[in-house]
Design a protein around this ligand. Structure first.
Ligand code: ZN
Length: 249
């Protein structure tokens, strides 16, 4: 399935909207029964709910434990390996998590950065990729780790790009724009923008990932009021929680 085929998440037939206990969108990963990914508003103002609190609520009703990263805009990736026993840090520091555990709901918070979801055989990963993370290569690093763990080639892995700021709205300085390939830079009159999902896709293809195993949810956080929070649009404490978990059976 290509990003083009998926189109806008709101119109995709496999998107499920739930209203208890949080407004959220979830979808089952096409071709991978039992693996769900989703995102929800985690606004800390009305009602008071951090990304961690939202993740814990979602995990509790599914009898899972929530692990949410303490993010530092880095390319640091935490490994949560089932062979190390049942104990787990619930707030590891870093911007990516890789795990083979199925008893966890793993999440990242993002205001305009891209949440990235990966799976390779029994392993899954979730990454927080802002422009710094993309430039630092958090996706290629995660793919390398997954290769080491699974022995699989990248052509056997799948990537989904969640809602983030789009090329319509991600205005940057010339210095930031120069860090990205020309193919993902845009000029709209005097405005200079960068296509973060496009840059992620570029890295994915360069690493050997296939277009057929890529899913891009074309939803710009700035343009998606009120469903998504955007820091660019509304500076403040709001966030979106992006998460991934396994369903039983
Ligand atoms: Zn936009």
């Amino acid at each position: 399935m290509t990003g083009r085929e998926v189109g806008n998440a709101a119109s995709a037939p496999n998107v499920r909207r739930e209203h208890e206990p949080l407004p959220l969108e979830e979808l089952e990963w096409p071709g991978r029964a039992g693996l769900r990914l989703g995102w929800t508003l985690a606004d800390t103002r009305v009602p008071a709910r951090t990304a961690r609190q939202a993740a814990e609520m979602l995990a509790a009703i599914r009898s899972l434990r929530a692990v949410v990263l303490r993010q530092v805009h880095s390319d640091r990736i935490c490994l949560i390996d089932s062979q190390r026993g049942p104990g787990v840090a619930l707030d590891p520091v870093g911007d990516g998590m890789i795990t083979d555990r199925t008893d966890l709901l793993i999440g990242v918070s993002a205001a305009d950065c891209a949440p990235l979801f990966l799976f390779a055989d029994a392993w899954t990963a979730i990454l927080h990729a802002g422009w710094r993370g993309v430039v630092q290569g958090i996706l290629p690093h995660a793919l390398e780790l997954l290769q080491l763990r699974t022995g699989l080639g990248i052509e056997q892995m799948r990537l989904a790009i969640g809602p983030c700021i789009g090329p319509c709205c991600f205005e940057v300085s010339p210095a930031v724009a120069s860090l990205f390939p020309a193919s993902v830079r845009r000029l709209h009159g005097q405005r200079r923008t960068v296509d973060i999902p496009g840059a992620v896709i570029d890295q994915w293809l360069r690493c050997g990932g296939g277009m057929a195993s890529l899913m891009r949810l074309d939803r710009c956080t700035v343009c998606s009021r009120p469903l998504m929070h955007s820091h660019r649009r509304d500076p403040g404490p709001g966030r979106n929680l992006a998460y991934l978990y396994h369903t039983p059976g």
